[in-house]
Write a protein that binds this ligand. Sequence first.
Ligand SMILES: O=C(O)CCC(=O)C(=O)O
Length: 289
Amino acid sequence: MTTSTPQAPPAPAVPAAIRQELQTPMEPTPEQVRRFRTDGYLKWKDFFSPELLAFFDPIVTACLHDRNPLKDVPMEQRSAYDRAFIQVPNLWTFNDTVRELSTSVRAASAASRLLGTTGVRMYHDQALYKEAGGGFTPWHVDQHYWPIGTEKTVTIWFPFTEVPVEKGPLMFGKESHHKHIAREVAISEDSEKIIGEAIKSHRVVEEMSGYGLGEVSFHYGWTLHRAAPNTTDDSRRVLTVIYVAEDAEVIEPKYDAHRSDLREWMPGLKPGDAVDSPLNPVLFREASA
Ligand SMILES: O=C(O)CCC(=O)C(=O)O
């Protein structure tokens, strides 16, 4: 039997104008900061240019196809989690072009200023592609998975195309980051049911709208969210980057999810350590810090 080594997707040079966009810091307005901290999430229009998105879309897509863990699994044989999206993490570690996008000052500065930190580190990036006909993403909180001792964590979620409601945009539980709902529950059919019921009893307001081209969202690690199914015939192509406050520390792992995240995203670290493994570079720090 012969085996073939997977081909690394191409890593073309980033054009100068796009590189400049990536390196330009962003300053949220006081109203954007207030809304993010109050609601637990913020949608931000025209954050990335159409040119930047058109440049990176095929490159991220090639990385995803190259490493797609569900390539040979038909939709009807998948769990709710696997019907929701194809997930490929840490693209920045194996594609030099995508690294410029995932480690951009543009997104990291916005994340840091929304959180109100002196700086932020990379936790990890990931491509999350909801295929044509892909299912809903169950209600969950991201920070369930993270053995990190700070609430100053945030994800930027951005699609490479417009995402109307029928293509699977995120839905957020408004102000849910303060409510301590189902923090011990991993994403699954159970989390959809448990959180769906808790949302009703706690009167959490569900908010969902489509994303325009260039629009992104930021949500805290403890904000409840889900995503609608993709009923269109085009895949919903999204990249996310998760940031943690630069002074975040590792906590004692409580769940299997914590243990595997510690191994994967903070290799070699132990409880009490700063989150500063080689996979957690500082991506933005205020000049005054
Ligand atoms: O893209 C999705 O459907 C879910 C994304 C998500 O849960 C996240 O980025 O935290």
